[in-house]
Design a protein. Sequence first.
Length: 109
Amino acid sequence: MTHLLEKETPLVFSKECVDAFDTLKKKLTEAPILLVPEWNLPFELMCDASNFAIGAVLGQRKMKHFQPIQYASKTMIEAQIHYTMTDKEMIAIVYAFEKFRPYLVLSKS
Protein backbone atom coordinates (compact mmCIF):
# COMPACT_ATOMS: atom_id res chain seq x y z
CA MET A 1 0.00 0.00 0.00
CA THR A 2 2.79 2.45 0.78
CA HIS A 3 4.00 2.00 -2.81
CA LEU A 4 0.82 3.77 -3.94
CA LEU A 5 1.95 6.93 -2.14
CA GLU A 6 5.02 7.27 -4.35
CA LYS A 7 5.10 10.05 -6.90
CA GLU A 8 3.61 9.27 -10.32
CA THR A 9 2.33 5.84 -9.28
CA PRO A 10 -1.00 5.15 -10.97
CA LEU A 11 -3.87 4.24 -8.68
CA VAL A 12 -6.18 1.62 -10.12
CA PHE A 13 -9.23 1.50 -7.85
CA SER A 14 -11.43 -1.25 -9.23
CA LYS A 15 -14.82 -2.42 -7.92
CA GLU A 16 -13.02 -5.15 -5.95
CA CYS A 17 -10.82 -2.49 -4.31
CA VAL A 18 -13.86 -0.41 -3.34
CA ASP A 19 -15.59 -3.48 -1.89
CA ALA A 20 -12.45 -4.49 0.05
CA PHE A 21 -12.04 -0.94 1.34
CA ASP A 22 -15.66 -0.76 2.49
CA THR A 23 -15.38 -4.13 4.24
CA LEU A 24 -12.15 -3.14 5.97
CA LYS A 25 -13.59 0.23 7.02
CA LYS A 26 -16.66 -1.47 8.47
CA LYS A 27 -14.61 -4.07 10.37
CA LEU A 28 -12.23 -1.47 11.79
CA THR A 29 -15.00 0.75 13.10
CA GLU A 30 -17.45 -1.75 14.56
CA ALA A 31 -17.32 -3.07 18.12
CA PRO A 32 -15.21 -4.45 19.69
CA ILE A 33 -12.33 -3.23 17.51
CA LEU A 34 -11.66 -0.03 19.49
CA LEU A 35 -12.79 0.63 23.03
CA VAL A 36 -12.79 3.65 25.31
CA PRO A 37 -10.08 3.34 27.98
CA GLU A 38 -10.92 2.57 31.58
CA TRP A 39 -8.54 4.80 33.52
CA ASN A 40 -8.53 2.55 36.59
CA LEU A 41 -7.05 -0.39 34.60
CA PRO A 42 -3.39 -0.66 33.54
CA PHE A 43 -2.48 -0.07 29.91
CA GLU A 44 -0.52 -2.51 27.74
CA LEU A 45 1.56 -1.76 24.66
CA MET A 46 2.20 -4.19 21.83
CA CYS A 47 4.90 -3.27 19.33
CA ASP A 48 6.23 -4.85 16.17
CA ALA A 49 8.59 -4.06 13.35
CA SER A 50 8.94 -5.39 9.84
CA ASN A 51 11.60 -4.72 7.25
CA PHE A 52 10.02 -1.39 6.28
CA ALA A 53 7.46 -0.33 8.92
CA ILE A 54 6.72 -0.24 12.64
CA GLY A 55 3.45 -0.51 14.49
CA ALA A 56 2.00 -0.41 17.96
CA VAL A 57 -1.28 -1.08 19.72
CA LEU A 58 -2.39 0.47 23.00
CA GLY A 59 -4.89 -1.60 24.91
CA GLN A 60 -6.14 -2.96 28.20
CA ARG A 61 -6.95 -6.41 29.54
CA LYS A 62 -10.62 -6.87 30.31
CA MET A 63 -11.75 -10.29 31.50
CA LYS A 64 -8.38 -11.77 30.43
CA HIS A 65 -8.78 -10.53 26.84
CA PHE A 66 -6.68 -7.79 25.29
CA GLN A 67 -8.95 -4.99 24.06
CA PRO A 68 -7.33 -2.45 21.68
CA ILE A 69 -7.88 1.25 22.30
CA GLN A 70 -5.73 2.77 19.56
CA TYR A 71 -3.48 1.64 16.70
CA ALA A 72 -0.45 3.48 15.31
CA SER A 73 2.02 2.70 12.54
CA LYS A 74 4.47 4.37 10.21
CA THR A 75 6.97 3.48 7.55
CA MET A 76 10.67 3.71 8.30
CA ILE A 77 12.97 6.23 6.68
CA GLU A 78 15.55 4.92 4.22
CA ALA A 79 18.37 4.75 6.79
CA GLN A 80 16.26 2.78 9.29
CA ILE A 81 15.45 0.10 6.71
CA HIS A 82 19.10 -1.03 6.93
CA TYR A 83 19.12 -1.34 10.75
CA THR A 84 19.25 -4.72 12.45
CA MET A 85 15.94 -6.27 13.46
CA THR A 86 16.74 -5.64 17.13
CA ASP A 87 17.20 -1.93 16.41
CA LYS A 88 13.96 -1.85 14.41
CA GLU A 89 12.10 -3.40 17.34
CA MET A 90 13.59 -0.77 19.67
CA ILE A 91 12.46 1.98 17.28
CA ALA A 92 8.95 0.51 17.50
CA ILE A 93 9.07 0.56 21.31
CA VAL A 94 10.24 4.19 21.43
CA TYR A 95 7.62 5.16 18.84
CA ALA A 96 4.88 3.47 20.89
CA PHE A 97 5.87 5.25 24.11
CA GLU A 98 6.04 8.61 22.32
CA LYS A 99 2.74 8.08 20.52
CA PHE A 100 0.78 6.89 23.54
CA ARG A 101 2.53 8.99 26.20
CA PRO A 102 -0.64 10.93 27.17
CA TYR A 103 -2.43 7.68 28.01
CA LEU A 104 0.51 6.27 29.95
CA VAL A 105 1.22 9.45 31.94
CA LEU A 106 -2.42 9.92 32.95
CA SER A 107 -2.85 6.27 33.92
CA LYS A 108 -3.30 5.61 37.64
CA SER A 109 -1.45 2.31 37.52
